[in-house]
Ligand binder design. Structure first.
Ligand SMILES: Cc1cc2nc3c(=O)[nH]c(=O)nc-3n(C[C@H](O)[C@H](O)[C@H](O)COP(=O)(O)OP(=O)(O)OC[C@H]3O[C@@H](n4cnc5c(N)ncnc54)[C@H](O)[C@@H]3O)c2cc1C
Ligand SMILES: Cc1ccn(-c2ncnc3[nH]cnc23)c1
Length: 506
């Protein structure tokens, strides 16, 4: 009954414009609002008034222009929704309009071969589809996320980071051009050379300055195969030293990541479980004695003409690392299978009804000089039981990130991503329950604050202006300036909760 009343209230909210009268190619749906009020985090559900299924960019521009023309007294906001894999409601809007970006039709994925190949795609396109299409030409994007069932607009609004970022930078460092619909309903093409301030604002801009409707992404020759390696360390200093050596070397591995394995029980949880190898180089049974272990994950790309050389090359690179020799685990997979590896975990988790659960994730960017202090306190004390999901840890080079974009990163030349990718067991009150995990996240953040570690959140979530100001630090003024330039009525991406739509008292 409540939900019917809620929907009814939304339809009758005082400022509901006659959206249905807009001359659109697409359409509004006033009934599927519950789907648009959910995301991967499964923790927030803001009910919109309607969902727009745009066929064309003009549908998006017309709708935003209509709301812009209503002026500051309208309460209507607009949330672009890519694949809805946000964690804390960032693609949602209370009583506003959700734009289903995946409905966008128009030119298919267009791959341009040549000396500097690139691909033109819709902002609502999934990276997995871009990979399939570009592989037809022996090409692929250079920089990825670990999971590919995310949209261009969603990842470029954050950064898009994975184990290739140390060399190619995050995905926002591999964009040539964007088409953007601003908060005034203007459709603007932007790049390094044209409307460059809008271009840099939108990259990592948390959806605040415009809706990405098309993007031109840099491509490279795609390798056929991947040597996929995991080795273990018990010594954190040796682990980080090797990771930092690898991201500073020219010709070694093509992907550098890592995991933390918390196991107080001493039973080594099957750290190879998500390692879907077909012909692994079996690691002899390694006995862990309850110590926290650190797994270095590497990938070396190669083509079929180098099959007999690659093993020798990889062994040579590995010989310089100081991992526990009996823990080498190596397999060989096709490039697409390596890149789509997390989808394998998704299928397993869905089969156990463990995918659509609350995900209280915490993603941190930590300066190199503080990573040992962080590790000692967090992995040594705060994290007690086994983790409730993967804990990623790997360094990247700040030089591959562009200061002019909106993404907030630590000041140091090398900083780490540490990602607590936890899944909560619904209605559990134990160490795998939501409350316990949220308390643990809070303790981690409080430690970072009191120890002045200079940590920044990736995929940031704050609920007060004071916290957002602290997040942006000296860049807050520029961020506000950009908002007033491109979305002065604060219509866009209200789910990030950075700017509240200031409705003056009438
Ligand atoms: C299983 C999983 C694995 C992940 N792995 C990684 C990883 O390895 N590396 C990494 O960097 N991130 C990773 N992420 C985080 C992911 O990049 C972000 O959550 C991303 O925003 C999700 O993309 P989406 O298309 O679902 O965006 P949505 O959740 O739909 O939207 C995200 C934000 O962007 C805005 N937005 C969406 N589309 C557009 C657009 N076209 N123009 C402007 N703004 C838009 C939304 O309003 C919202 O504020 C992962 C997430 C999941 C669930
Ligand atoms: C919800 C889930 C299940 C597995 N994962 C992941 N596993 C490994 N690396 C990841 N990176 C992002 N999500 C990841 C995330």
């Amino acid at each position: 009954f409540v939900s019917c009343v809620t929907i009814k209230l939304n339809l009758c909210s005082p400022n509901t414009p006659s959206l249905n009268t807009l001359p659109l190619d697409g359409h509004f749906n006033f009934h599927e609002v519950h789907h648009a009020a959910r995301d991967f985090g499964n923790r927030y559900q803001f009910l919109p008034m309607a969902v727009l299924h745009p066929k064309t960019v003009s549908d998006i521009a017309t709708t935003i222009k209509h709301i812009w023309d209503m002026g500051p007294h309208s309460e209507l906001t607009v949330a672009a929704r890519g694949h809805g894999h946000s964690l804390q409601g960032q693609a949602q809007t209370q009583r506003g309009v959700v734009i289903n970006m995946e409905s966008l039709e128009g030119p298919e994925i267009q791959v341009y071969t040549g000396s500097s190949p690139y691909v033109d795609v819709s902002g609502g396109e999934l990276w997995i589809n871009i990979l399939h299409e570009s592989l037809k030409y022996g090409l692929a994007p250079k920089s990825w996320t670990d999971y590919l069932h995310l949209t261009i607009g969603g990842t470029l609004s954050n950064a898009g980071i994975s184990g290739q970022a140390f060399r190619h930078g995050p995905q926002i460092s591999n964009v040539h051009q964007l088409e953007v619909v601003t908060g005034k309903g203007e459709v603007i093409n932007c790049s390094e050379k044209q409307n460059e301030d809008l271009f840099h604002s939108v990259l990592g801009g948390l959806g605040q300055f415009g809706i990405i409707t098309r993007a031109r992404i840099s491509l490279e020759a795609a390798p056929a195969r991947v040597k996929w390696i995991r080795v273990l360390y018990s010594d954190f200093a040796a682990f980080t030293q090797d990771q930092e050596h690898l991201i500073s070397s020219e010709n070694t591995f093509d992907y550098v990541e890592g995991f933390v394995i918390i196991n107080r029980t001493g039973l080594l949880n099957n750290w190879r479980s998500s390692f879907n190898s077909k012909d692994p180089v079996q690691a002899s049974q390694f006995k862990s004695d309850g110590r926290t272990l650190f797994c270095l994950e590497l990938a070396k790309y190669f083509n079929l003409d180098k099959t007999d050389l690659i093993n020798e090359e990889v062994e040579n690179f590995l010989s310089r690392l100081s991992y526990i020799r009996s823990t080498l685990f190596m397999s060989e997979v096709a490039y697409i299978d390596f890149l789509d590896r997390v989808h394998v975990s998704e299928i397993k988790l869905r089969s156990k009804d463990l995918w659509d659960v609350p995900h209280p994730w915490l993603n941190l960017l930590i300066p190199k000089s503080k990573i040992h202090t962080f590790a000692e306190e967090v992995f040594g004390s705060i994290l007690t039981a086994t983790s409730n999901g993967p804990i990623l840890i790997y360094p990247v080079n700040r030089s591959r990130w562009d200061n002019r974009t909106s993404v907030v990163i630590p000041e140091e030349h090398i900083f780490y991503l540490v990602a607590f990718l936890t899944s909560a067991v619904p209605s559990s009150t134990g160490t795998d329950g939501l409350e316990h995990i949220l308390t643990q996240n809070k303790r981690i953040l409080e430690f970072c604050e009191t120890a002045h570690l200079g940590v920044k959140q990736y995929l940031p979530h704050y609920t007060t202006k004071k916290e957002w100001q602290a997040h942006f630090g000296p860049r807050w003024e520029a961020f506000v300036q950009r908002k007033s330039a491109y979305d002065p009525l604060a219509i866009l991406a209200p789910g990030q909760r950075i700017f509240q739509k200031a409705i003056p008292f009438s």
